[in-house]
Design a protein around this ligand. Sequence first.
Ligand code: SF4
Ligand code: SF4
Length: 327
Amino acid sequence: MPEDSKFKLPFEDGLGFCNILLSAIGGDGANMAAKMLFKLGVMKMGLDGGYDAKYGSEKKGTPTDVSVRFCRDGTVVRSVGPTTHPHILVAFHESLIKILRLNKGLYPNAIVIVNSTKAPEKIRDILELHSGQIICLDASKIAEETRSRLNMPMLAMLCNVLKFPTEAVEKAVEKQWPKAAEANIAAFKAAVNSAQKAEFPEDGKYPLVPFSRVRGELGYLNALPGGAIEALKYSTVKRNNSEARQGPCPIFNEDECTNCGMCMTVCADPGAISWKDKKMQGVDPSFCKGCMRCVVICPRTGRALRDPHKKEEKTQQKDKNTKALSR
Ligand code: SF4
Ligand code: SF4
């Protein structure tokens, strides 16, 4: 049973929905954050609604759009799929605003949460927001300083905007991620305390931008002969995905590596380990998740691959132990 059936949504469209769009790149945890938000809305606030996520390969850092739509319990759910008209937009990276034209379809007086070090006034100009409120927070820095993840400060702001009770939110976060509870709660508090907000009334500076499907160049009607598309033109392979990392990037020492390939077999994101001409080239910090599986499995741990947070003496001791065992 919902704990708070009196909860009021800040917006409602003609079908009774409050539409929320999270725009991120693979690996940011936007999908996980949205699932948590939806669970909170339904289980704790007595809401109903729908949920939709679309994303490409996280290894390529591709855009991830997650839509959450809330309505009052008892409203007939007459719309599904990705939202085309958000009341609340959450941009995990300021750089996505222009690339994905995130202002399209936004309602007047929308609320926009952006991970950025810039002032809300500057973000309004980048987004070309018609009207509404912009909230900026340096979520990347918060995640790094609290040893949490980027999705936690963004989720914190979103819950704050929706006026979900802090206690209920923190309890749910603790229950969902018990091992990371302290870091996540610290990230929640830092996000709410450091956010910069500004209101922009309708002043005629920017028009409302209707929703449109952006990519006119792509599709089965106009694909190249053979059905191919110019993949390289649209690839986001060079996009830096390092904000999705949960720990440090291992240090690689080529001189100590035997090119056994063990690290490759366990890597959480095989794109993170560069391999060329049958030789290990190193770890790409853009894709590495910092899980340290490669360091653990590497037969030359502490030499070929090293956790920068661990002291050398420990790894040297491990080497001695390994040698003693193999005698
Ligand atoms: S597991 Fe260690 S030794 Fe083997 S290829 Fe990877 S870094 Fe080199
Ligand atoms: S720490 Fe190692 S195993 Fe984990 S993602 Fe980075 S390179 Fe891959």
